[in-house]
Design a protein. Structure first.
Length: 153
């Protein structure tokens, strides 16, 4: 892990899916709800795998229970952090085409005091970009290796 404090940027390097899942608890140390983050990366870059680790760290779901919300658009998990309830929302906007469709999801309502909202393909929509507190970029580095760059504003 590399950390640049001035820019609030963290970088993780993982060699396999298990290591990507293990980044989840590390990310929770720096995420303070309510927060919305955009997850970017190509198809298969490991975005949902990372969400598995965050959900597991929140005691919200086991990794094999977390799947991509490509067709349902939103998956909700209820967990806890430091003894307090936390809602984890995992959104996938890949299939959406307009800001109007995004508005109909009611993302503002998801951003409760105790919510972590992770949005795949959110970079497609300026309204998500304006609401986001940062971005998690997943990049493949050959085989199962990943570089995960977290930038917080």
């Amino acid at each position: 892990m590399t950390e640049e404090l001035a820019t609030r940027r963290l970088e993780f390097h993982t060699a396999n899916a298990a290591e990507t899942i293990a980044v989840g608890p590390q990310l929770l140390k720096i995420l303070s709800p309510p927060i919305l983050l955009i997850l970017t990366g190509t198809l298969g870059a490991g975005k949902t795998t990372l969400v598995k680790g965050i959900a597991e760290a929140l005691h919200a779901a086991e990794p094999d229970e977390v799947t991509s919300p490509t067709f349902t658009l939103v998956h909700e998990y209820e967990g806890e952090r430091e003894g307090k309830p936390v809602s984890l929302y995992h959104l996938d906007l890949y299939r959406l085409e307009s800001e109007r469709q995004v508005e109909q999801l009611g993302i503002e309502e998801l951003l409760e005091d105790d919510a972590i909202v992770l949005v795949e393909w959110g970079e497609k929509f300026s309204s998500i970009g304006r609401r986001a507190a940062g971005e998690i970029v997943m990049a493949t580095a050959g085989g199962d290796q990943r570089t995960i760059t977290v930038t917080l504003r």
